[in-house]
Design a protein around this ligand. Structure first.
Ligand SMILES: [Zn+2]
Length: 57
């Protein structure tokens, strides 16, 4: 298990060792979803886009 800091709240987001690029991780503190943009020595995440899911009211 690895960790990356949430850009929003600086909380610790846990990233499984077998996570792959494109996988979605969620911040346990603020609940934001992030997509793994790059995973290697460093983990980079970007805000997940809710493609295919319409939350419209
Ligand atoms: Zn957060």
């Amino acid at each position: 298990m690895r960790k990356v800091n949430c850009p929003e709240c600086d909380g610790e987001i846990k990233v499984p060792d077998d996570a792959v690029k494109g996988e979605i991780v969620a911040c346990p503190d603020c609940g934001a979803n992030y997509e793994i943009e790059e995973i290697g020595k460093e983990i980079k995440i970007k805000p997940a886009e809710s493609v295919g899911e319409d939350w419209g009211e």
